[in-house]
Write a protein that binds this ligand. Structure first.
Ligand SMILES: *Cc1c(COP(=O)(O)O)cnc(C)c1O
Length: 334
């Protein structure tokens, strides 16, 4: 009896420690497994770097899209020129610049107007107007030029005065299409600057490859798998679940919409199947006569890519990846 109590307490303590350490938006689900292949991420980055022939600034914001900023940045430090986060805080919390020995660019709005905060953590802040650029001139901030996104950036009409005052060492734009690149070049061409524009979506566009590229999603392609296991398998007797779905046989997994799951395809024992209904912490899946309790259900990974699921979910592949990765228990392989 006391043995049982003791073991339970140890297990509880571990769970709490993990929850405290993770600092992720959602509670971690022990039944949802994220496997990240760091070797594939390295290969992706190496092939991006050789294709573009310029510096790669690896985007590891939002905890490397839910894959884990520390593991991802550690494995990339020798391949990239620097790392991008959204908020400086993301880099500070894992001491990104010191750990990797690379520069860090914070892409989002300023969290401090004190230059020493940025020098101390080796972070280049991004500014959106002359006043911010003056305030932070000592750290040579980056200027984000608005070429169409219309947020977190400097209107084209104000860019000239910032650039002419030589307050920034670098300018970039968050470009979504070729027209944005053209506009960016027009605004910045007269100035001595490091310039970059391309995220994953524009890596194939030669005109978008300037002094550096800022890929996020493209680095993570085919490098992750989120799966769960069947905890129940039933021969259905009539309509089942909340929605009264019809299936000959159905299985249950312990992952639901509170863990980012939505209706769509899945892979059971490597075979394409369907998620029939998603509940808060569990979901029904369609199974066949061979599927058993304990069998693996892949929710993203392999042929089930983030782009494929984005079509079903009617959202971006980025949203699919961050939704499914953020609540899962992580395992890294090389
Ligand atoms: C997120 C982000 C990127 C990377 O976008 P992907 O589509 O994931 O490659 C690049 N630049 C900026 C400014 C971003 O916010």
């Amino acid at each position: 009896m006391s043995d049982f109590v003791c073991n339970t307490q140890v297990a509880m303590t571990r769970v709490f420690q993990r929850a405290k350490r993770s600092d992720r938006g959602r509670p971690i689900n022990a039944h949802l497994n994220l496997t990240v292949d760091l070797g594939v991420i390295r290969k992706n980055v190496a092939s991006i770097a050789s294709a573009v022939g310029v510096d790669v600034l690896a985007v590891v914001k939002a905890d490397a899209y839910g894959l884990g900023i520390e593991a991802v940045s550690d494995v990339l430090s020798d391949l990239v020129a620097g790392f991008c986060v959204f908020q400086a805080e993301e880099a500070v919390s894992c001491d990104l610049a010191r750990r990797t020995g690379k520069r860090v660019l914070a892409l989002g709005p300023l969290e401090s107007e004190d230059p020493s905060d940025y020098t101390f953590h080796h972070i280049t802040p991004t500014v959106f107007n002359v006043q911010q650029a003056r305030q932070l001139r000592r750290v040579r901030p980056a200027l984000c030029v608005d070429t169409g996104m219309q947020r977190f950036s400097c209107p084209p009409s104000d860019c000239r005065s910032v650039l002419a005052a030589d307050l920034c060492g670098e300018a970039f734009t968050h470009a979504a299409q070729s027209a944005h690149i053209k506009k960016f070049l027009e605004i910045t061409e007269r100035f001595e600057l490091t310039r970059h524009a391309a995220a994953s979506g524009l890596l194939d566009n030669r005109d978008a490859i300037l002094d550096a590229v800022r890929p996020g999603l493209a680095m993570y392609r085919n490098a992750f798998c989120v799966s769960s296991r069947l905890v129940e398998v039933h021969d259905s007797c009539g309509p089942a679940g909340y929605s009264g779905f019809l299936a000959e046989r159905h299985g249950v997994i312990l992952a639901g919409y509170s863990h980012g799951l939505r209706k769509g395809p899945c892979l059971i024992n490597g075979r394409k199947s369907r998620i029939l209904e998603v509940g808060m912490q569990s979901a029904f899946v369609e199974v066949d006569a061979h599927d058993r309790v304990g069998d693996e259900v892949v929710l993203i990974g392999g042929e089930l890519t983030e782009h494929h699921l984005a079509g079903y979910w009617n959202c971006s592949p980025h949203e699919v990846l961050t939704s499914l990765s953020s609540a899962a228990t992580r395992t890294y392989v090389h």
